[in-house]
Write a protein that binds this ligand. Structure first.
Ligand code: SAM
Length: 201
C-alpha cells in the first residue's frame, strides 16, 4: 500500500510540473527555476522560486476577489503569481523584487505576456520594507524572507484599511507564521492541506 501511495505522489507531482510548463508556454512566460545567490546587505532573503499553478489555483479559490481589486506580490520573483493574478481578474497588479536578476527575468516575462494579453502589471526592483501596502486589496507572500523583514513590513504598515487579505505561504517557516498568528486580525483562514494562511485586516 505504501508503494501505491508513492506512485500516486509521483504522478501528482509530475502532473503539476507538466501543467505549469504548459501554462507558462500558453502565457508566453518562463517563470520556473531557482536563484539562491546571497544578496549583500540582506541576510534574510530566501530563494527565488515559485509554486506550481496547481497550488495557486487552490490558494486563490479561497480568496474573495472584486473587479477593481489591486494585487501586490511582495518578493515577486519571476512574476508567475502576477500573471496568475491577471488571469483571474485583478485590475491592477504590482510586484516588488529585490534581486536584480529575478527582476530582469520578470520584466522580460511581462513583455512576453503582453504579446498575448492586455493587463496592468508593474514590477519594481526594491526592498519590500519600503513598500506602502495600504493601496492593495490582496497581498501575496510566498515565504520571501525571514522574521526581521516580515516585522519591518508589518510594522511599517501597522494601520491598514479594513478588508485587506494577506496570503502568507510559510513553508516550514514556523517563526514567521507564529509572528503572523500573534497579531490581531479580523479573520484568519487556513488553506486546506497547504502551509498557507489568509489573514484579513
Ligand atoms: C520564494 S520567492 C517567491 C517569488 C514569487 N512571489 C512567486 O511566488 O513566484 C521569494 C522572493 O522574495 C524576494 N525577496 C526576499 N526578500 C526581499 C525583500 N526584502 N524585498 C523584495 N524582495 C525580496 C526573493 O528575492 C525571492 O525572489
Amino acid at each position: 500500500m505504501k508503494s501505491l501511495k508513492s506512485i500516486y505522489n509521483f504522478l501528482a507531482w509530475y502532473y503539476r510540473k507538466l501543467e505549469s510548463i504548459f501554462i507558462d508556454n500558453y502565457l508566453g512566460v518562463k517563470t520556473s527555476g531557482i536563484i539562491s545567490t546571497i544578496v549583500p546587505g540582506y541576510p534574510d532573503v530566501y530563494y527565488c522560486e515559485t509554486l506550481y499553478y496547481w497550488h495557486l489555483r487552490k490558494i486563490f479559490d479561497q480568496v474573495t476577489i472584486h473587479k477593481s481589486d489591486v494585487f501586490y506580490d511582495l518578493g515577486s520573483g519571476y512574476g508567475r503569481v502576477l500573471f496568475y493574478a491577471a488571469e483571474i481578474g485583478f485590475s491592477k497588479i504590482e510586484g516588488f523584487e529585490l534581486r536584480p536578476d529575478a527582476y530582469a527575468l520578470a520584466i522580460k516575462n511581462i513583455a512576453g505576456y503582453r504579446n498575448n494579453k492586455s493587463c496592468d502589471i508593474t514590477i519594481k526592483c526594491m526592498d519590500v520594507a519600503d513598500v506602502d501596502v495600504s493601496k492593495a486589496d490582496v497581498i501575496y507572500m510566498y515565504n520571501p524572507f525571514g522574521l526581521a523583514t516580515l516585522k519591518k513590513v508589518i510594522e511599517k504598515n501597522a494601520v491598514l484599511p479594513k478588508g485587506i487579505q494577506i496570503i502568507y505561504f510559510f513553508n516550514e517557516n514556523i517563526e514567521c507564521v507564529n509572528y503572523m498568528n500573534s497579531l490581531k486580525w479580523a479573520k484568519v483562514e487556513k488553506v486546506r492541506k497547504l502551509p498557507c494562511n489568509i489573514y484579513t485586516t
